[in-house]
Every structure is written in C-alpha cells, then in structure tokens.
Ligand binder design. Structure first.
Ligand code: IDP
Length: 147
C-alpha cells in the first residue's frame, strides 16, 4: 500500500467532468463544480454545451447497443451540459470517488450523486455527473468536448 501511494504521488492527470442536463436544470452546476474545486483540483477549462447526437455517439461509444443507450442519449440531448476539465494528482480516481456510484439511490452520502441524486423512476441515467474512468478515456473525451 505504501509503495502504491508513493508511486501514485506524482500522477498529475486531467479528467473530463460533465454536469449533465439534470444537474444544470436543477441549478446545481455551481455547487457541483465548487465541490470539485474544494477538494483541491484545479479547473482548467469550462463551457456550457448543447450536445449533438454526433458528439454523444462518440462520447458514449462503448455503450452503443446497450438497452439504456438510446434513453441516455435522449436525456443528454434534453438540455445544456456543463463541460469542465480538472487537473491534479490522481484527479480521475478522486473525482469518481467524489461522484459516487452510478446509481444515485445507492451512492454514499457525502458524494455528489449521494447527496443530490435519487431514483426518478425509469430514469437511472439521471445521475448528475460524468467523470472519465482512465487516462486514456480522459484524453479521448477531452478531445471530443473541447476539440
Ligand atoms: P458511470 O457514469 O458511473 O461511469 P457508466 O457505466 O459509464 O457509469 O454509464 C454511463 C452512464 O450511462 C451512467 O452515468 C448513466 O447515466 C447511464 N447508465 C448506466 N447504466 C445504466 C442503466 O442500467 N440504466 C440507465 N442508465 C444507465
């Protein structure tokens, strides 16, 4: 464990954070971004985006064909998304820990999804935020949203 901590100590990364349309519509953009900043990560890019189907097809490439794919894309088309890039040591893992598990009903209290999200019936996809899950995904996703 000590070795792992030492090795990861210098892993400065960037991650793509999205405040999804439910978060923007509920007026939680500032609150959510403030939590990420308060944990100590540096905001390096930020914009509000009306995502297109083409952009979302690229972003959610790995989910094409899954039963939740089409409802997810429809949801992501329903309003603007706040797209941000945060930087810091192990920010990819750090943000995902802050976000909480995918299903907001089960996400731990203290996390973004746990504190502000819940199950809205069939709309499991409404879980407020997205965060890249690896350095490779982060590079790919930042390219998609910021060019
Ligand atoms: P993550 O956002 O927690 O990394 P992923 O498995 O990458 O979760 O799924 C991407 C997004 O797809 C989720 O954030 C959620 O919005 C949606 N999603 C995932 N699984 C389901 C599901 O079973 N039903 C509806 N939506 C889902």
């Amino acid at each position: 464990q000590a070795k792992r901590i030492e090795e990861s100590y210098v892993s400065v990364e960037r991650t793509l954070v999205l405040v999804k349309p439910d978060g923007v519509a509920r007026g939680l953009t500032g609150t959510i971004l403030a939590r990420v900043e308060a944990k100590g990560y540096k905001l390096v890019q930020l914009k509000l985006v009306d995502a297109t189907r083409e952009l979302l097809e690229r972003h959610y490439e790995e989910h094409v064909g899954k039963p939740f794919y089409e409802p997810l894309v429809e949801f992501m088309l329903s309003g603007p998304t706040a797209a941000a890039v945060f930087e810091g040591n192990r920010v990819i893992e750090g943000f995902r820990s802050l976000a909480g598990t995918t299903e907001p009903t089960l996400a731990a209290p203290g996390t973004i999804r746990g504190d502000f999200g819940r199950d809205w019936g069939l709309k499991v996809q409404q879980n407020l935020v997205h965060g890249s899950d690896s350095p490779e995904s982060a590079e790919r996703e930042i390219g998609i949203w910021f060019g």
